[in-house]
Design a protein around this ligand. Structure first.
Ligand code: SF4
Ligand code: SF4
Length: 140
């Protein structure tokens, strides 16, 4: 099965891949290099396009975990991520209500929009496709 691999010496630590990964299989923080947790990666490729320096590629990786187990693990991680993002949205909504200063409010509102977009972008069937079919996902 193919999994994402980050050429760490080229990574600029922008975190774009981190927020794109539906199963939280990438670790790293702003300005530091990022790495893929190989056992958690489902090869969905969603991290590749956002990388501004094209330092993520898919490589063949052997695994003793069955496809069924990987799909089950991925489902759990997607659910956990959705709960985390939902919590982020709720927290930002509360902060937005509590902030009275107009300029600060617009920053919080923008962050809230981003968090909502991330939360709503998780399509389980699309994400799980590479595991269940072993074929690369169509770009159409
Ligand atoms: S290929 Fe998919 S699961 Fe793997 S690290 Fe990239 S976004 Fe995450
Ligand atoms: S998107 Fe690319 S440059 Fe940015 S943190 Fe991820 S691997 Fe590094």
């Amino acid at each position: 099965m193919q999994k994402a691999y980050i050429r760490e010496e080229e990574c600029v630590g922008c975190t774009a891949c981190l927020s794109a990964c539906p199963v939280d299989a990438i670790i790293g923080s702003l300005s530091f290099m990022h790495s893929v947790i190989v056992d958690e990666c489902i090869g969905c490729q969603l991290c590749i396009a956002p990388c501004p320096v094209d330092c993520i590629e898919l490589i063949e990786s052997s695994s003793s975990t069955s496809k069924e187990q990987m799909a089950a693990n991925a489902k759990i991680r997607i659910h956990a991520r959705k709960e985390r993002l939902q919590h982020e949205v709720k927290t930002l909504e509360q902060i937005n209500k509590a902030v009275h200063h107009k300029e600060k409010q617009s920053h919080v509102a923008a962050a809230l929009q981003r968090a909502k977009a991330k939360y709503e972008s998780n399509d389980y069937q699309q994400i799980i496709h590479p595991i269940t079919t072993s074929e690369p996902k169509s770009k159409d």
